[in-house]
Structures are given as structure tokens and as C-alpha cells.
Design a protein around this ligand. Structure first.
Ligand SMILES: Nc1nc2c(ncn2[C@@H]2O[C@H](COP(=O)(O)OP(=O)(O)OP(=O)(O)O)[C@@H](O)[C@H]2O)c(=O)[nH]1
Ligand SMILES: [Mg+2]
Length: 286
């Protein structure tokens, strides 16, 4: 039996969570086209006959700007302490530059094998991919470099095999049928937040968080927090249209998770400066 922990590191928005989902073979982490979607460490657990690969999906590396982003970066820093392997994710669609080199300095100094995933290679010209691979190869002394597409699944099976091969012999850390370490409540809150991120833009997504208030047999009640009244207006929408849409998109996924139909009740509330409020951040698991 091989088992162990892999930290998934990289700049915001390079596709870390999408890749964790692809490797885990199902949705573990929420995904959006807005940077800083992932705010806490989430384990995606990949179970095989003779292995258990625990992927730690992490917030993107960033320069902290407030208590929320400070806590997010601390999560990233701490995650490196006890891992067997680092999966360093880059986007083939963007210039590999200073931000990636900054992260490289950190991950290549850990004394652990580093596997580079060059993500988002779908629909890119082979010549462009080859160039990006050459640049990526200069970032440090890597164990392996895999061009992948987390969206189409190209290269994902090979990457999974590579990661499993790097794990030491070890025990099962989680029951073999478990896919994440998040509670149902936290998974539900994340699903609702994902839909709210999808339907908003500019500064609004960063000001949104979700708390599940109650999960009953037939109903789930949750609160969508924002920081200002104008953000609240946007998330509620005209005649409640936006929050209604959030519910419509989130409900089927929550029902799939719980395995039963539910009524989803969402309230949007203004909580000024929650991003600076240690008690709220603690409660949100950040
Ligand atoms: N074309 C393409 N898009 C991708 C791929 N992987 C991820 N994306 C898109 O990239 C965006 C960001 O994906 P995420 O998985 O949320 O990225 P992340 O690195 O986890 O982002 P943070 O949590 O904010 O740090 C989403 O719009 C994804 O659909 C890929 O292989 N190809
Ligand atoms: Mg993410």
C-alpha cells in the first residue's frame, strides 16, 4: 500500500482545483474564472486498490492584503510542512514569469520531489506548448513535467500515476470510500458560493462568503454574506432574480451530495468588513 500527501501549489486561477477534481475523478473543490476562489485547504482523496493519494488543494500564492488573504497565504505556507510531494501547477495560457519563479523558489527548497503540471494545454498549438514546457523546465530541479488539460482530462491519468509512484509505503489515512475531508455543511456552503461567484463580477466575488445555517431532512438554509449594501443589491438582483438563480444552480448539486430532494432557502446579509473579522473567518474555516 502506498499513501501520502501532495500539496497543490501555484498562482491563483491556474486551474489547481479543476485539476484536483480531475485527478480525484469527481467534484471535490469548487472552481471559477475569478482568482482566489479557493480560500481554505481542501483534501481531495484519490483511492486505488493499492494506494491512497491525498491531494491538498490550496489557495493560490498571493501577497496578503487583509486578514482574509493573510490567513489564506498562511494556509499555503503551513501546507508544505508535512507533504510527501509538491504538485506545482502552471498555466500554459499565460506567460510563465516572476510570480511562478517566486513560488518555484519556495517549492524547490522544500527537499521534496516536485512534479510540474503545465495545465490548460487544450486548444494550444504544439509549438506554443513546447516553448512553455522549456520555460517551465527552467524553474527548478523537477521530478517530472506533465502537460495536461484538467478540463479535457488529457494527460491526467499519466500525472496521477506519476504522483502515486512517488508516494511512500503507508497506511490508509481516510476510509477508502471518502473523497474529501470537508463536512456536508462546508461542501454545501462551497457549492452555493461557487454559483454566487459565477453570477457576479469585479469586486463582488471577493466579498462573498456563505454560511450554512441548518440542514434538515427536507430543507437547507444558508446565508450569503457580503460586505456592503450595494453588494447586497447586486447579489439579490432585481426582484431577487440573482439569488434565485444561485439557488436554482446550487440545488441539484446539493441534492446529489445529500442523496435526497431539498428545499433551498437563501438569505443575503450585509456583514461589514467580515474579511477583517477574525471570529467570522474562524467560523468560515479560513
Ligand atoms: N481551457 C482550460 N481552462 C481551464 C483548465 N483548468 C482550469 N481551467 C479554468 O481556469 C479557471 C480557474 O480554475 P480553478 O480550478 O478555479 O483555478 P485555481 O487555480 O484553483 O484558482 P484559485 O482557487 O482561485 O487559486 C476556471 O475558469 C477553469 O474552468 C484547463 O485545463 N483548460
Ligand atoms: Mg482553487
Amino acid at each position: 500500500m502506498r499513501s501520502g500527501f501532495v500539496a497543490v501549489a501555484g498562482r491563483p486561477n491556474v486551474g489547481k482545483s479543476t485539476l484536483v477534481n480531475a485527478l480525484a475523478g469527481g467534484k471535490v473543490a469548487i472552481v471559477s474564472d475569478k482568482p482566489q476562489t479557493t480560500r481554505r485547504r481542501i483534501f481531495g482523496i484519490v483511492n486505488g486498490d493499492d494506494h491512497q493519494l491525498v491531494l491538498a488543494d490550496l489557495p493560490g500564492f498571493q501577497r496578503p492584503r487583509d486578514p482574509l488573504t493573510e490567513r489564506m497565504q498562511r494556509t499555503v505556507d503551513r501546507a508544505f510542512d508535512e507533504v510527501d510531494v509538491v504538485l506545482f501547477v502552471l498555466s500554459a495560457r499565460e506567460r510563465i514569469g516572476a510570480g511562478d519563479r517566486f513560488i518555484a523558489e519556495r517549492v524547490f527548497s522544500l527537499g521534496r520531489p516536485v512534479v510540474i503540471a503545465l495545465n490548460k494545454v487544450d486548444r494550444l498549438k504544439p509549438g506554443h506548448i513546447a516553448g512553455q514546457m522549456q520555460t517551465a523546465a527552467q524553474l527548478g530541479d523537477f521530478q517530472a513535467l506533465h502537460p495536461v488539460s484538467a478540463v479535457t482530462g488529457d494527460g491526467v491519468a499519466e500525472l496521477r500515476e506519476e504522483l502515486v509512484d512517488l508516494l511512500p509505503e503507508g497506511p490508509l489515512y481516510y476510509p477508502a470510500d471518502q473523497r474529501t475531508d470537508l463536512s456536508f455543511e462546508d461542501q454545501i456552503a462551497e457549492l452555493i458560493r461557487e454559483k454566487a461567484l459565477q453570477l457576479t463580477r469585479d469586486e463582488v466575488p471577493h466579498a462573498i462568503s456563505v454560511e450554512v445555517v441548518e440542514v434538515e431532512e427536507k430543507a437547507v438554509r444558508a446565508t450569503v454574506l457580503v460586505e456592503t449594501d450595494s453588494q447586497k443589491q447586486i447579489v439579490v438582483g432585481r426582484g431577487g432574480s440573482v439569488v434565485k438563480q444561485v439557488g436554482t444552480l446550487a440545488r441539484p448539486e446539493i441534492e446529489l451530495l445529500l442523496g435526497r430532494p431539498i428545499y433551498l432557502e437563501l438569505h443575503v446579509k450585509t456583514r461589514p468588513k467580515w474579511r477583517r473579522d477574525a471570529a467570522i473567518l474562524e467560523r468560515l474555516g479560513i
